[in-house]
Structures are given as structure tokens and as C-alpha cells.
Design a protein. Structure first.
Length: 151
């Protein structure tokens, strides 16, 4: 699986390759994980979980208004069971470094939101990718991605 991800364009163990959805089929990009700033070289939580900042490089995002009259795009980090979502910030085409993620395994998702200040994901997913530590966990088998409504 790792070899396949590298062939698809993931550059290494700190890179996340985004896959587009039908909402924005021409969108593409990557996210690079960087250790959050720490006086000790590697930033970790008290529990020993790595803390990351995420550098997004995106292109091909259509005007947000073309997707359900959205105002813009918001990036999120989701737990591997998709029960917890953390807002990282707004993104556009280009490069931006956002937020802090403190999870061992996680998914990064970009949604088109009607309110870009929202703290709760509501809009359609346009891009998604999984952290390198999740490469061996098949998140795409989750009910959310098989068309089964939550709850």
C-alpha cells in the first residue's frame, strides 16, 4: 500500500496526498506534516502524541459559490473513527500553514462551507487524505464513505 501511495504522488512519510470528490473533481493537492514548534525539537503532548502543523498546497479548487453557494473552504483533522473533528482553518488555492493536530492517526478533510468561521463541519467534502500513520488502516471502508448516513 505504501508503494502505491508513493507512486500516486505522496512524497514521503510526512506527506498526505489529497483525493478529490465529485463536488470538485479537478481539485488536488498535498499536505505536509511539520512538527509543531517546541524547545525540545519534537513537539508532543503530555501523553506522548506528536503535535503537527499542516502545510497545505492546493490547486484546482473551483469558486466556492459553485458548490452549494459556499463562502469558502475549511480544512479539518478527523480522528480515525471520524467521531472527533478539529477545525484547522480556511484554505484556498495556493499554500497555507494551519492549525495543530495532536493525533497518532487522522484524516485531513477540506469542505466547502457556507460559513468559513464554523467550528462544526457541515458542508460537502471536496478533498480528503489520510495521515501516513493511517496508511495501513482502511478509512475508506467507513460507513460515511459508503453512502450510509451517520447515526
Amino acid at each position: 500500500m505504501l508503494a502505491g501511495l508513493l507512486l500516486l504522488g505522496g512524497g514521503g512519510p510526512y506527506d498526505i496526498l489529497f483525493l478529490p470528490t465529485r463536488a470538485a473533481p479537478e481539485a488536488r493537492g498535498t499536505a505536509r506534516l511539520h512538527y509543531a514548534t517546541s524547545p525540545f525539537g519534537v513537539a508532543v503532548t503530555a501523553e506522548g502524541v506528536a503535535r503537527w502543523t499542516v502545510r497545505f498546497t492546493l490547486e484546482g479548487l473551483p469558486p466556492a459559490r459553485s458548490i452549494g453557494n459556499a463562502q469558502g473552504y475549511v480544512a479539518w483533522a478527523a480522528s480515525s473513527d471520524l467521531r472527533e473533528w478539529d477545525r484547522l482553518g480556511t484554505v484556498t488555492n495556493g499554500t497555507a500553514t494551519l492549525g495543530h493536530v495532536a493525533r497518532n492517526k487522522f484524516m485531513v478533510v477540506v469542505t466547502a462551507e457556507q460559513d468559513t468561521t464554523t467550528t462544526m463541519r457541515r458542508g460537502p467534502t471536496v478533498l480528503s487524505g489520510i495521515s501516513p500513520s493511517s496508511w495501513m488502516q482502511p478509512l475508506l471502508t467507513h460507513a460515511l464513505f459508503r453512502g450510509i448516513p451517520p447515526g
